[in-house]
Design a binder for this molecule. Structure first.
Ligand SMILES: *[C@@H]1O[C@H](CO)[C@@H](O)[C@H](O)[C@H]1NC(C)=O
Ligand SMILES: *[C@@H]1O[C@H](CO)[C@@H](O)[C@H](O)[C@H]1NC(C)=O
Length: 115
């Protein structure tokens, strides 16, 4: 009887650890600029497949090169680290799943030093 109880206790501990490893809170913002979230502020929760995502949008100017326009924060399934170029637009994406709100520690937001 004692062994069964121990096993059940162990299983419950593992499922708790596992659940916590899966579900993470991430920052949501549809337009983050110069240290502030201007539009669409909130939180989201990841599941087994999704991660916290940070996307930095840059616009090319012939005079100054790539200038940061805004940053978007959300949760995303199939998040990929990449720099995508669309003519005068560049989107650099960061993904993370190591701690709650980890997407506020990536990309342009990091260099803005606001938190
Ligand atoms: C997001 O989560 C933080 C920390 O749990 C909480 O303080 C904040 O009120 C939440 N914001 C929204 C918009 O739900
Ligand atoms: C640049 O940011 C503004 C908001 O400040 C937004 O309305 C506009 O769509 C953004 N441009 C691009 C190309 O994402």
């Amino acid at each position: 009887m004692g062994k069964f109880l121990l096993i059940i206790l162990l299983l419950e501990t593992f499922s708790l650890v596992f659940f916590r490893a899966e579900a993470l809170m991430c920052k949501v913002c549809s337009s983050f600029k110069r240290g502030h979230c201007l539009v669409g502020k909130g939180n989201c929760t990841t599941n087994f497949y999704s991660q916290c995502r940070t996307r930095n949008f840059f616009i090319y100017s012939p005079k100054d090169g790539w200038l940061h326009n805004h940053t978007e924060l959300d949760c995303s399934a199939l998040c990929l680290f990449e720099n995508a170029y669309y003519e005068y637009l560049k989107i650099s994406t960061f993904c993370c799943k190591d701690q709650d709100f980890c997407n506020k520690f990536h990309g342009q937001i990091m260099t803005e030093k606001i938190y």
